[in-house]
Design a protein around this ligand. Structure first.
Ligand SMILES: Nc1ncnc2c1ncn2[C@@H]1O[C@H](COP(=O)(O)OP(=O)(O)OP(=O)(O)O)[C@@H](O)[C@H]1O
Length: 246
């Protein structure tokens, strides 16, 4: 049940989570339209990665629901969620470090396969994805020998290989040089222009906000502000969250 290009891609309703018996996300509600770039901001421990874990099935919610294209994901496992069109990257890149960049992307393409391709077709697809993310020249390099910026791009390539319609990027810019950040932001805009919807976790306030249509600010597991970039960045609740003022 696809809602159409101008409709809602993802609807999160009253989502709550507990870890080690402690509530870490409370009644989080928002929706994401097709083609949007939305950043989830908030200080350390706000619940940003937990939110990604819930959307991608790595953690089961304590309450609430997640609908993707009208389909309830709440009881699905991560493999199934990947196969229906949601992919994520992790804050700390998790490639198969002994495999080359190309092999990593081919493995992801095979995992996310829709219809059987020949090995040559998987290879072609992986090569074109490495080209898209800007590391085609590193195809034969083992993942463990890539720089942090290249490893982040490889993470995106592996996610893209599963052919997602919604891509979740966790701390995509952390640890990158200003130049690498600029080219990472160009990649994000390029992916949106190719029809993807993107949700990006950004701990910092001055990076992915540059390409975001909207921001959702979390603090201590709750949404404290949501709206266009200027509105959220000027919201007193967001300043309090970052300054640790109650
Ligand atoms: N695996 C875990 N086991 C127990 N508690 C966890 C686990 N992961 C996160 N938490 C706790 O859940 C809360 C939310 O953490 P989460 O990692 O989602 O926040 P975050 O906003 O992504 O923070 P950061 O910017 O530091 O990555 C924190 O209090 C954290 O200590």
């Amino acid at each position: 049940m696809v809602s159409g290009k101008n409709g809602q891609c993802l609807i999160v309703r009253d989502l709550s989570a507990r870890r080690n018996g402690r509530t870490v996300l409370s009644n989080v509600t928002f929706s994401i339209r097709y083609g949007e770039i939305v950043s989830i901001i908030g200080p350390n421990g706000a619940g940003k990665s937990t939110l990604f874990d819930l959307i991608t099935g790595f953690l089961k919610p304590y309450g609430g629901s997640v609908l993707f294209e009208g389909v309830d994901l709440t009881s699905m496992n991560p493999h199934k969620i990947c196969h229906i069109g949601i992919a994520r990257t992790f804050q700390i890149p998790r490639p198969f470090s002994g495999m080359t960049a190309l092999e990593n992307v081919m493995a992801a393409a095979m995992f996310g396969k829709r219809g059987d391709l020949s090995p040559a077709e998987y290879r072609n697809r992986a090569e074109s994805i490495l080209d898209l993310v800007g590391i085609a020249h590193k195809a034969s390099t083992r993942a463990c020998s890539l720089t942090l910026s290249e490893q982040r791009r490889l993470e995106v390539a592996r996610a893209l290989a599963t052919q997602p319609r919604l891509l979740l990027l966790d701390e995509f810019a952390a640890g990158l040089s200003p130049q690498a950040i600029n080219s990472a932001l160009e990649l994000i805009e390029n992916l949106r222009n190719r029809g993807l919807t993107l949700i990006i976790i950004d701990h910092f306030l001055n990076v992915t906000v540059r390409v975001s249509d909207r921001l959702i600010a979390l603090d201590r597991g709750r949404v404290v502000a949501e709206g266009d970039v200027e509105y959220v960045l000027n919201n007193p609740a967001v300043a309090s969250a970052y300054l640790g003022v109650s």
